[in-house]
Design a protein around this ligand. Structure first.
Ligand code: NZQ
Ligand code: ZN
Length: 385
């Protein structure tokens, strides 16, 4: 196991009727801005519940944060924060809303060009407004981590930044809120969380037993309960397990002391930025192809995963790795996600465009062994056609 520092200060309020607790978490003298997306929280009544719970005198609302939040929209919110002296942000939504709120929190306190925050991967961030979250979609883990992903539409740049200053003060996780998700968003969430675990687990052995066994328990939970939530959206137990799983998948625990990959996310992000596929859709396409191309480096962990998650009997490591890849593709398809670019009408012509964006963003020599060059990324995308 490698050296690590682990510090996660986010307070989690999990279970039924937790929204009422936010009055205890948001200081009463704060001028609050509720940030939300395209309006699902109005239809489901969650916005009203949040407003009823808050005991602050000044509460602004900023709606319209897009899926894959747009820098341009978030900058409009920053203007309002500054002109109205907002000093607490409450994100009510999925990963896009929470990420967008994180950017607003950092940009509102930054003196220079706000795009520097993204360009520097967050290193220029010295402070941010405090954030609270009410999570409505189990997927990204943004509710308990220090990362945000923002898209600049004019240049089709979808990029992440990371800063300890944007970690939420608290996050409300009410599994019942996710009952109203459309099937495709439930599926996207399960697959995104599943792939977050795999990005931190399918690398090479580091004798990190806790992290490996924790990853396996989370993966097993998603394979068991993911399909249940698709068949029965009101299954409280399944929704609870999925929600806590997605949060634990990307709150820093799994990556302690182990090598991590993240190349699937790097490549997938470019596809979303350029062609607008949902985040999880891109991952389900890229990961199986990436594993096939990088199998030699990953086969020990793929074989371990085959045995621990898919109950594949012990045999030749390479054969077990192949079986693991097959089972993973089948799981994505069972959840309703496609696994090829051509399923979305995308062909060979996109490959040089995606690879060019990777180069532009300096995302070459990626993966746990930094072996995924522009040429290897091309090979992966060809296999994903
Ligand atoms: O916008 P509204 O109207 O709220 O509708 C949303 C949206 O259309 C809807 N929705 C959310 N909760 C709902 C609901 N509909 C009915 N009932 C509910 N309870 O679902 C749609 C998708 O929402 P979105 O927030 O975009 O989904 P998700 O949580 O998957 O977030 C995706 C974003 O997070 C980023 C992705 O790149 C993408 O931009 N990620 C953030 C990460 C992080 N911060 O650590 C890591 C991830 O790898 C990922 O990159
Ligand atoms: Zn993801």
């Amino acid at each position: 196991m490698e050296n690590f520092i682990f510090h996660n200060p986010v307070k989690i309020l999990f279970g039924k009727n937790q929204i009422v607790q936010i009055s205890q978490e948001v200081p009463k003298d704060k001028r609050v801005m509720i940030v939300y997306g395209g309006g699902s929280i109005i239809k489901t009544g969650v916005l009203q519940r949040v407003k009823d719970a808050l005991e602050n005198d000044v509460v602004f609302e900023f709606g319209g944060v897009e899926v894959n939040p747009h820098y341009e929209t978030l900058m409009r919110a920053v203007d309002i924060v500054k002109s109205e002296n907002i000093d607490f942000l409450l994100a009510v939504g999925g990963g896009s809303v929470i990420d967008g709120t994180k950017f607003i929190a950092a940009a509102s306190k930054y003196q220079g060009d706000p795009w520097d925050i993204i360009k520097s991967y967050g290193s220029v961030v010295q402070e941010a407004l405090p954030i609270g979250c009410v999570l409505t979609l189990a997927a990204t883990g943004s509710e308990m981590n220090s990362v945000a992903v923002v898209t600049r539409t004019e240049t089709k740049d979808k990029l992440f930044f990371d800063s300890k200053h944007i970690m939420p003060k608290f996050s409300v996780l009410e599994p019942e809120i996710t009952f109203t998700l459309p099937k495709n968003q439930t599926a996207n969430g399960v697959v995104d969380a599943f792939i977050h675990i795999l990005e931190q687990y399918i690398t090479y052995p580091a004798n990190a037993k806790i992290q490996d066994r924790f990853a396996e328990s989370l993966l097993n939970t998603l394979t068991e309960d993911g399909p249940k939530a698709i068949v029965n959206p009101d299954d409280y137990e399944a929704r609870s397990n999925i929600m806590w799983c997605a949060t634990m998948a990307l709150n820093g625990m799994l990556s302690t002391g182990v090598p991590v990959d993240w190349a699937t996310h790097m490549i997938g992000q470019e596809i979303t930025g350029l062609y607008g596929l949902d985040h999880a859709q891109t991952l389900a396409i890229v990961m199986p192809a990436l594993w096939t191309v990088c199998k030699a480096d990953k086969s020990a962990k793929l074989a371990q995963y085959a045995a621990s998650v898919w109950n594949i009997p012990a045999e030749d490591e390479s054969v077990m790795a192949d079986r693991a890849i097959e089972c993973t593709i089948k799981f994505f398809e069972t959840m309703g996600l496609k696994t090829h670019l051509s399923d979305y009408g995308l062909g060979e012509e996109i490959i040089p465009v995606v690879v060019e964006k990777l180069k532009e963003h300096g995302h070459i020599n990626i993966g746990e062994k930094q072996k995924i060059t522009a040429e290897v990324a091309t090979e992966i995308l060809k296999l994903a056609l």
